[in-house]
Design a protein around this ligand. Structure first.
Ligand code: ADP
Length: 213
């Protein structure tokens, strides 16, 4: 098993970055860092930055770079050098990518490509189990009992930013700020484009065919 792979996941909200990363780390020794998850954890723990972070999350805007960059750098610095890492949701604009470049060499930028229609259906129907983190969808992958996790019977929750108004803004933010990163990484010859409008298991199969972890 090769080690020390540095991978980033690019893609619109709802493109499957978190789902695919969570499934991959079950099979390989990879650290999964999701900036969105880190921010949500800060809110749950009522951390010192929670009010500020929440004001951006609820609008579907990016948390300012100074907060995000420092947080990501600290997390990466605490990971042992030879471990493989997936960054999910970072970088999300060109300035973040340039900052990342100063201390992290990206081997693969995996672009999970998906249409806006599928994104909206996926996000609006998304529900997560707070206990085991399994993700369901009212439209595609409903739990056996509505609103209840099949595995541990916990009450499923919706992310507060998964509402129609915020979803619209998150998509706008994606096209304005994050989409230019496709060309940024294409120019660095490490961009890999993957159709992500299909079942996540299929996406993972395609990724595994391409990258030897
Ligand atoms: P999604 O990709 O579905 O929008 P995430 O969990 O990746 O979900 O992100 C949720 C929110 O967290 C974003 O809308 C944004 O407010 C914030 N966020 C996540 N990553 C970053 C980042 N790299 N820079 C700034 N804000 C971020």
């Amino acid at each position: 098993m090769s080690k020390n792979l540095k991978i980033i996941f690019l893609g619109a909200p709802g493109s499957g970055k978190g789902t695919v990363a969570e499934k991959l780390i079950k099979d390989y020794d990879i650290v999964h860092l999701s900036t969105g998850a880190i921010f949500r954890e800060e809110l749950t723990n009522n951390g010192p930055l929670s009010e500020k972070i929440n004001s951006y999350l609820e609008k579907g805007e990016l948390v300012p770079d100074d907060i995000t960059n420092e947080l990501v750098k600290n997390k990466i610095n605490n990971i042992h050098d030879n471990r493989s890492i997936i960054l999910d949701g970072y970088p999300r604009n060109v300035d973040q990518a340039k900052f990342l470049d100063t201390f992290f060499k990206v081997d693969y930028a995996i672009y999970l490509k998906i249409s806006d229609e599928v994104v909206i259906k996926r996000i609006s129907g998304r529900m997560t189990c707070p206990t085991c983190n399994k993700i369901y969808n009212e439209h595609f992958k409903a739990p056996k009992e509505p609103g209840i996790c099949d595995i541990d019977k916990s009450l499923l929750v919706k992310r507060s930013d998964d509402n129609p108004e915020t979803i619209k803004n998150r998509l706008k933010t994606y096209y304005d700020s994050t989409f230019p990163l496709i060309d940024f990484y294409k120019n660095k010859n490490c961009l890999v484009e993957m159709d992500s409008g299909i079942e996540s298991d299929e996406v993972i199969k395609n990724i595994k065919e391409l990258i030897s972890f």
